[in-house]
Design a protein around this ligand. Structure first.
Ligand SMILES: *Cc1c(COP(=O)(O)O)cnc(C)c1O
Length: 376
């Protein structure tokens, strides 16, 4: 049998993930933490993550698409799975059959959806999306909200929730959140019935407004579950200590001695400044480590080693000391063997955010899960 020869792995610590969930969920005991597992749990693997959360009592989940929700429905039974995106009304019947909750983004959508389920016994579970200032999906005009309210009276509908989304909760001040909250409050009043769930908070809002007294009873938590703060502003609030969940690791596959002036890589963008050592790591942009990571320092053993030359599709090179050997451990981000590189530092260096770093890790990289420090 072929030996797995590529040491590059994305390690996911399920205990840290659950600890983060529990910490977030207890920030405000009035609110239920809904685990956002869209985009394959931000690239970390929704099936394993959703199962672990479910086995530990979590009963509220959200995905971006209906396909993502259907993939999870046998794993997380008797749970709410809310699809946050807009689905094709022609597919609404599959949501009804599978007890999946859908987002109503507009009056037109709701009319089209109702046409699709006329002969059905089971009800369509709806969360009405209000656009309070994100400008993405959702209704905002009073007239449209009133029309949606009228359509919700249909016996085919279970009006389960009403929600909105903060667009700047991770920002420096609350001004725009307050504007959105006011819009939300005004919109909620249009509805004759108060649904079971009213929600507006993402990770940033959940942490920031944990002490706020309001009528919201669900927090949609994504990135914090996966161990990252939405921004430095939220981290600085010092309300919660998140545990690192995801680590990208590899091993050195090749080491060579370089003399001063020797050049390397595509575009020969690096020239050895002195006699030095170069180590090659089997991870590249096809794995999601983009060319813009050039110059960032990763860990090889306990050394901080700069990525030199262009990142290739499948490999990259770092400058290291003579002590580095083939097989030595490499850490690109996360934690391993007492070494640590924050995902945020890695993201900031590349002018992006942790969300994008996780989502860019390609499927070629095996996801390896840990429970009680043991590989599953
Ligand atoms: C992705 C998403 C979330 C989760 O956001 P985080 O910042 O990762 O917590 C919550 N709500 C909606 C509507 C989303 O699309």
């Amino acid at each position: 049998m072929i030996i797995k020869d590529r040491p590059t792995q994305l390690r996911v610590d399920l205990d840290a993930l659950l600890n983060n969930y529990n910490k977030l969920n207890s920030l405000n005991i009035e609110k239920i933490g809904l685990a956002v597992v869209k985009a394959d749990s931000y690239g970390l693997g929704a099936k394993v993550i959703a199962r672990h959360l479910y086995e530990n009592g979590v009963r509220h989940f959200a995905t971006a698409t209906l396909e993502e929700a259907l993939e999870l429905k046998d794993i997380i039974k008797d749970s709410m799975i809310l699809v946050l995106g807009v689905i094709n009304p022609l597919n609404v019947k599959y949501a009804v059959e599978n007890n999946i909750s859908l987002t109503c983004p507009s009056k037109e959508w709701l009319e089209d959806a109702l046409l699709q389920i006329q002969g059905f016994d089971k009800k369509l579970k709806i969360h009405v999306k209000i656009d309070t200032g994100m400008g993405r999906i959702g209704a905002s005009e009073l007239e449209e909200l009133e029309e949606i309210n009228n359509l919700l009276a249909s016996e085919k509908i279970d009006f389960e929730g009403i929600f909105s989304h903060y667009s700047n909760a991770d920002g420096e001040n609350d001004n725009y959140d307050n504007y959105q909250t006011e819009n939300f409050e005004r919109s909620i009043k249009v509805f004759t019935h108060k649904p079971k769930y009213i929600h507006i908070e993402n990770s940033a809002g959940t942490v920031k407004y944990s002490d706020r007294e309001d009528q919201y009873n669900l927090s949609r938590i994504g990135i914090t579950l996966y161990g990252c703060y939405p921004s430095e502003n939220i981290e600085k609030l010092d309300k919660i200590k998140l545990e690192s969940v995801a680590s990208l690791v590899s091993k050195v596959t090749h080491v060579k001695k370089f003399s001063k002036g020797q050049r390397l890589g595509y575009g020969i963008s690096y020239e050895a400044e002195q006699d030095e050592y170069i180590a090659t790591i089997p991870v590249g942009y096809a794995d999601g480590i983009l060319r813009r990571a050039q110059g960032f320092k990763i860990k090889v053993g306990s050394e901080n080693c700069e990525i030199v030359g262009r990142v290739c599709m499948d490999q990259l090179m770092v400058r290291c000391s003579e002590n580095i050997k083939v097989g030595d451990d490499v850490l690109i981000f996360g934690e391993n063997n007492g070494q640590k590189i924050s995902v945020d530092d890695f993201a900031t260096y590349q002018d992006t955010i942790s969300y994008e770093i996780f989502c860019c890790i390609n499927k070629r990289v095996p996801r390896v899960y840990y429970k009680n420090k043991m590989e599953l």
